[in-house]
Structure formats: C-alpha cells, structure tokens
Design a binder for this molecule. Structure first.
Ligand code: ZN
Length: 568
C-alpha cells in the first residue's frame, strides 16, 4: 500500500541531524558523465501551460517538480544500472496504459489540444483522477469501474458466479476477457503484455549482472523471472531480504487501486529509488516497536492476535523515476510493500519514505492549504517534522491490525472487496496518529503532539482533494465526517478556518481506529458499504472550502520532471 500524502519530516524530531553519508564512488568513474549519453529518450517533462482557459484550469491542478538526488552515493555498477532500470520502468508505463485505458498512442494522436494531451498523459486516460474520474473530453462516457481489466459489458454478478468455477479470474495477475462463446477467460499478464514483460525482464537481468551487492543481485534476478512467470512471491521474499543496497527498484504489477470494481487486479508501476543511508539508519528503530504498539491497539484482543513481522524495515529514499500507476494522478510519497499477505506474515513489510517528493508536497501544497483553512493561532503547528512523521507512521501502521478475517474465511482484502483499499488507507492514517500518541506516552518520541495533530488535520484537506475515486481521498472524507461528528474540530464561520479540539481528538481517533479494525476483522462487507456511503462524501460546506483552495490556485498534486537530464 502506498500513501499519496506529501511532506518532509524534520530531522530534529528523530535526532537525525547530521551530514550526508554513503559509499563514495570510485575516483575514476563519473556517474553523471556516464549517464548523459542516455539523455533524450529517457527524459520526461510536461508543459503545464495551456492556450485555452479550460486546458489551463485542468493543468493548474498540478505543479511540476524535478526528481534528482546525490548520485555520488552510488557505486559504479549501481550507476550503470540506471538506464536499464528506466527502460524497465517504461515497459510498466506501457502496461499500465493498457490496464487503465487501452491504446495510448491512438488516444494521444486523436487529441488536438496539446494541453488536453498533456492532461491525458497525467491521467493515463480521458478521466480526471483528481475529479472523481470525470471525463474531460467531449463524447467520452464514464470510466468503467474495472478500468480495462475486465470486458466493459461484464456485470459484477456475472463475474462473481464465473469466478466460483475459475479462481484464476480473480487473480491479481490476470486480465479478464470474453471469449467468442461469451464465457469469461483469464489471461495471465505475462501473456497479455508479453512484449513489455519480456523487455522489462531483460532490463532487470542486465541490471542484475551489474549488481555488486548479493541481495540486490538476487532480487533483480528473481524479479526478472517473476515478470515472465507471474509468480511474484519468491522475488518479494528476496526484496525483503535485501538490506545493504543503495539503489532500489520497485517494479511490476503491485497495487490494486486501479480496479475499483473488485480491487483484485494489480496495476503495473515502477519506482527507481536511491536510499538515504544517513536517514535510514535512524528510522529503522521504530519498526522494532511494532509488537508493543500492536498490543496497545484500542480493540478487543481477538482483533490484534496476529503478530507483525519483526524484521520489517523502514528507510528513506529519493525517487529518481516514477512510472505507471505510481505516476498516475496523485503521486505516491511513501510505500509499504509487499502486499502479499503470506510474505507479510513471514517477513513483515518494508516501508519506504520518499523524501524528495514529500518535501515537494509539503512546501507547494500543504503549507498553502494550512494558510487558508487552519485557524491562524494553530498554524504554527504545521511542521515538516510532523508531516514526515505522520507519513512515516502511516506506513508503519499498515503492519498493525489484522490481515485475515476472524472467522478464518480468508483475507480482509478479499472480504471487503472494492472498499478494502479505502479502509486500509483509513486504518493506516488513524493508527499512524495513534502510534505517535502512544510513543510520546511511552517516552520513545519527544515531539509536540499538537504539531502532529494539526498537521494531520491539514492533511485531511489535502488528501480529500484527491476525490472519491482515490482510496486515499475516500479515506480522508470518511475521517473528516467522523471527526466532525465527534467534535474533534470545529469550523469558525467568520474566517472559514478549522480549529482542532485537542481534548476530543484522542477519543475520536480511538473510536475511528476501533471501528475500522472491527470492520476488517469481521470482514463486514455490508457494514463497510453502509459506512462508506454515509461518511465517504464531501458535504456542501467542505466542498465550498475546497473550492476556495482551487480558486486560490493551490495545486492538488505534482508531476515530475524526471529522467537522465533531471539527474544532471
Ligand atoms: Zn497507505
């Protein structure tokens, strides 16, 4: 699961003051000079200025940010991998286009207005991801809930009856097609997207050959094979075992957000990452506290009986390339993977804090939002430290709670279907805040809780703007309405700003934590459906406040200038 929130955490909160560390490259090898030969094809920069008012109103939702990092921490082999990894990432880009929409090239060629063409690229299709997937081209219908993973004329009922006799239809890694005789058939991704999977596999193989670190070499080899076989577990396990690498790549069909029909199908994506060794060393200690935090959850024992993996780790990275689902609409700033529940129970998860993109979102979006919507006397509590730690604990919180329903019938994800992602994101948000409160109580964290709470509150406005079509957007709408009902904040009519009620916030967040954990443990699909219908909405007053942010030109999210040139 990933978190599309922004923000940088403060070094001070975690005692992270210090200089940049990292292994120096060999004197004879100049990474930027080596890479420049690959510039051109591997660069991406979107022009966010439009000729038409309509085009500009769409592009204004985004602001551009350059993805860069300190390349001197890479070894020669790691540097030489970069062009291969970008090629592999671009194959995921092509696959995600087919999963989300269909024929990318035909679509882009059919759009005359360059601004709308750019907007289609940002959205991987013709529906505005930040506006509940509203179509932005004339004559376009609604986006199918199942995107392009299922036949457009397939009904839920038809699928649900067919999957009984053919479990492959419900696999994370198959596309569902309709045969000539009308029956539904599952086509594995490695067949449906064979050309792209083979290309990506070769590039990962070439990267593995360049890898010096054994863990990285093993992972890249295993991932290269997984793309061709559709068997990802072994490569997920290898990824969990990898500890000493500086460069990293998350690649393949991974998250299920794009399948809003059932939440079964994984969208293709890639992140190319460079670890910040200094930050990472300090962050990892929090993972060790997971068992204590799990025990303290505000729910009855049966809802916290699973033991979180103990060799879970937590690291900070700069992202140097995003592709596919992670690059569609709102951008991910923290990752918690793998999603395979079996691997999670065996090894835990890895949590990756993407600090350059967090910084971009904090500076360019969260602070301007707070300046408009947070009560003036509480604005001093909006800090990057708090934003970073809220984001970090969100990721750790995915490891808390429960993965399988109490009745033993299967995973929470399977039981809660299309609501699973929003519930899981909502859980991680609220338990993240619970963890901060708990760690302060235990003397493990020395911060002002008011910073975290007010920054959390401002974050609700930021993420609600992602819209109901985003799992994170919906989770934040639910939390906003739930908090309002319990008096965790109030709105000042005169100034149109929101004031956090610190006393009531603790009870409200415990109540919401309990509600979500029970829904998950009970696998209560009916209950969740009713809950989401009641709370997962934006009321008139909130909408008017969100409109003020848009009118003030505050972007909703970022797009990246990325590739070889951005790294120079
Ligand atoms: Zn998350």
């Amino acid at each position: 699961m990933n978190l599309r929130i922004s923000g940088l955490a403060s070094l001070l909160a975690f005692g992270l003051a210090g200089c940049q560390g990292g292994a120096p490259e060999s004197d004879s090898f100049d990474c930027p000079a080596f890479l420049i030969d690959f510039a051109g094809d591997m660069d991406e920069a979107l022009n966010l200025s439009a000729d038409s008012e309509f085009g500009q109103s769409l592009l204004d939702k985004y602001t551009s940010f350059k993805l860069t990092t300190d390349l001197s921490v890479l070894t020669e082999g790691e540097c030489r991998m970069i062009p291969h990894l970008i090629e592999a990432a671009r194959a995921m880009e092509e696959i995600f286009w087919m999963q989300a929409y269909g024929d990318r090239d035909a679509l882009l060629a059919s759009i005359e207005d360059p601004a709308l063409q750019t907007f289609a690229r940002i959205n991987y299709g013709v529906w505005d991801r930040l506006n509940n997937n509203a179509p932005f081209l004339d004559g376009v219908g609604e986006k199918p809930a199942g995107a392009n993973f299922y036949p457009p004329d397939m009904t839920r009922e038809e699928f649900e009856s067919a999957v009984q006799g053919n479990p492959e239809l419900g696999s994370l890694y198959t596309v569902v097609v309709r045969d000539a005789d009308e029956t539904l058939r599952a086509v594995p991704y490695h067949d449906a997207f064979r050309e792209q999977m083979e290309r990506a596999s070769q590039e990962l193989r070439a990267s593995a050959d360049l890898a010096e670190e054994p863990g990285l070499k093993k992972y890249l080899s295993a991932r290269s094979e997984a793309l061709l076989s559709g068997e990802y577990r072994e490569s997920d396990l290898a990824w969990m075992d990898m500890k000493d690498n500086t460069i990293d790549v998350v690649i393949g069909p991974i998250e299920t957000y794009e399948d809003q029909l059932f939440g079964y199908k994984a969208g293709a994506e890639a992140y190319i990452l460079v670890k910040d060794l200094e930050w990472s060393g300090r962050l990892s200690r929090y993972a060790a506290l997971l068992p204590m935090l799990q025990e303290g959850l505000p729910v009855p024992d049966e809802y916290k009986q699973e033991t979180p993996g103990t060799d879970s780790d937590l690291n900070a990275y700069d992202v140097i390339y995003y592709a596919g689902e992670s690059n569609a609409g709102s951008k991910t700033i923290a990752i918690n993977l793998p999603n395979d529940e079996e691997v999670q129970l065996q090894k835990g998860t890895r949590r990756l804090q993407l600090k350059n993109s967090m910084r971009a979102k904090f500076d360019k979006i969260l602070v301007p939002i707070a300046d408009m919507l947070i009560a003036e006397d509480q604005r001093g509590h909006i800090t990057f430290d708090a934003f970073f730690s809220n984001t970090m604990f969100h990721e750790i919180a995915h490891g808390l709670g429960i993965k399988n329903t109490l009745d033993g019938s299967g995973t929470v994800r399977g039981a809660l279907k299309e609501h699973a992602s929003a519930l899981e994101e909502g859980k991680a948000d609220i338990l993240g805040l619970y963890m901060v409160m708990k760690l302060i109580e235990e003397g493990e964290l020395d911060v002002d809780i008011r910073d975290n709470v007010v920054t959390f509150m401002a974050g609700i406005f930021r993420s609600t703007r992602f819209g109901a079509s985003s799992a994170h957007g919906r989770a934040n709408m639910i939390r906003f309405n739930f908090f309002r009902e319990l008096g965790a904040f109030s709105r000042d009519e005169a100034t149109g700003t929101y004031r956090t009620n610190f006393e009531r916030m603790t009870d409200a967040s415990n109540a919401l934590s309990e509600k979500i954990l029970r829904f998950q443990g009970d696998g209560d699909y009916e209950g969740v459906t009713a809950f989401v219908a009641e709370y997962g909405v934006v009321g008139q007053e909130l909408q008017a406040d969100l409109d003020r942010l848009a009118d003030a030109g505050i972007p909703v999210d970022i797009v990246f200038e990325q590739g070889i040139r951005a790294l120079q």
